[in-house]
Structures are given as C-alpha cells and as structure tokens.
Design a protein around this ligand. Sequence first.
Ligand SMILES: Cc1cc2nc3c(=O)[nH]c(=O)nc-3n(C[C@H](O)[C@H](O)[C@H](O)COP(=O)(O)O)c2cc1C
Length: 276
Amino acid sequence: MKNFKVDEDLCVLCGLCAQDCFFGLIELDEYPRITDEQKCFECQHCLAVCPVGAISILGISPEDSMPLKGKMPEEDQVAALIKGRRSIRAYEPEPLEPERIQKLLDVSWHAPTGVNSRCVHITMMDDPDSVKKFSDEIYSRLEAALENNLSEIPYVVNLFKMVCQQKKENGVDILFRDAPHFIVVSAPESAPSRVADMTIFLSYFELMASSMKIGTLWNGILKRVIESVLPDLKERLGIPADHELGYAMLFGKPAVKYQRTVERGEARVRRVEWGN
Ligand SMILES: Cc1cc2nc3c(=O)[nH]c(=O)nc-3n(C[C@H](O)[C@H](O)[C@H](O)COP(=O)(O)O)c2cc1C
C-alpha cells in the first residue's frame, strides 16, 4: 500500500503530479489517483511537485517535508563547496557529536539511486576505540601476509609494503589517517546500478560533510586490503555475503585547513555532432 492521499479541499487539478510520475501511474479522474500501486517505485515526486501541498504518500505529508522556496544555495556557494572540498589526511582525535553524524548520514541518504532502489547499505564504525583496534589488527595481519609472499600484483604489494613501513618506522597511519570514524558501503549484487549508487552516496556524503566542516577521505587502500588480503573482515563487519563491497570513507574533525581551491583548468570535453 502506497497510502496515496489527496486533500480534495486543496487540490486544484493542475495535473502536475500525473505529468511528473515516471511510469505515468497517476490519473486525474475526479481527483488524482494511482492506477497501479505495484509499479510505483516510491520516488515521492507527486508529493514534491504539488504546488498546493495536497498530496501525501507512504504516510508522508507535505508538512513532513522541507519547503524549498528560498532554501537552495546560490551557484557560487555550490561551486565553492565542490572546488573547496579536499581529501583530508589529518584528523583531530575527538569524535564528532552523534547528532552531527546522524544529520550527515540522513542528508546523504537523499542521494539518487537507480530505479530509486535505495539499495546502499552503510556499515559505520563510529567508536574511535573500535577504529583503533580494527586498524591495529589490519596492520599486524597485513604485515604478516606480506612476509608470506602475497599473491597480488607487484604495484599493490609495494603499496601495502609502503603502508606498513610508514606505520612502523614513522608512525604515519596511511590506512586510517588516525580518523575517529569510517563508513563502508556495500550493496546487493542483484541491485542493477549498485556501483553507481554506492559511489554517488559517498560523493554526496563527502560534499555534505565538507559543508558541515567535517573532513572525509575515500579509502581505496582499505577496500583493496579487505578484498585481496583479509576477506574475512567483510563478514566480521556484518556485511552480507551477497553484497558487493563499495568504498570505505574515513571521516572526522579535520586537523588541516585549506585556504584556497586547487585549480584543475577547464573540463576536458569532446563535443560531437550528429546527423550531418
Ligand atoms: C575512488 C577513490 C579512492 C581513493 N583512495 C584513496 C586512498 O586510499 N588514500 C588516500 O589517501 N586518498 C585516496 N583518494 C583521494 C585522492 O587521492 C584524491 O581525491 C586526489 O588526490 C585529489 O585530491 P582532493 O580530493 O583533495 O581534490 C581516493 C579518491 C577516490 C575518488
């Protein structure tokens, strides 16, 4: 049951809900109604587009959602966010307040997913002591694995060696950057656009974090370590066996502040024309 309801006192029969429905499931009889609830993929566009707030769906009413008038950031503000975001490789030890972490996750959860599947599974380690123990275990097991001739491509073996060496000799934690928290995303192998969905989720997470003055770091090395050296960690982290591992992302209060953007020049685009 999609619980699609129309407030007949408010509805002006403008038809925007019907026009915006992906599958064209809404018909205007006397008032809008869903013709085939099974096909509705719960995108809530009908609720969002209604100019008079007459539509509720899935138990969500217009009063539950945020009015957008005057709320959208200016383009220069978004450009500053995108260009000013940086990979953070130094963190303060103190944890973030749980409410701030929750806000960050809840907003990022609004990232788009293919067919609105919302299939991304977030595994979070937010307790800094747990992160420290997890990190210690990984470093000692990775070092042991390297001593036993790891079957990985030489570039990756050298990368892992450098990671262990930096930790041992200089106390530099390349894997976790001493961050107090991390998330790992995964998604069912059956989900059609899982790789895009996971990547988009983390991209939104990273941008929202940056706007909240929270630092993040994509962690490709940790993903590789789990996949090729310590696969048991996937199960021990509680990630379902039928899930593909996406990426890991570290986060916490940054211990570095950037004063200006980096500059990457103009986007490299190849324009094509068709039909001449
Ligand atoms: C998919 C992906 C994986 C990454 N993995 C790592 C990583 O394992 N360790 C790290 O320090 N940085 C990692 N990075 C960060 C990149 O090195 C960084 O984005 C790049 O150097 C540009 O710097 P910026 O993010 O500050 O613009 C990763 C970035 C992406 C997008």
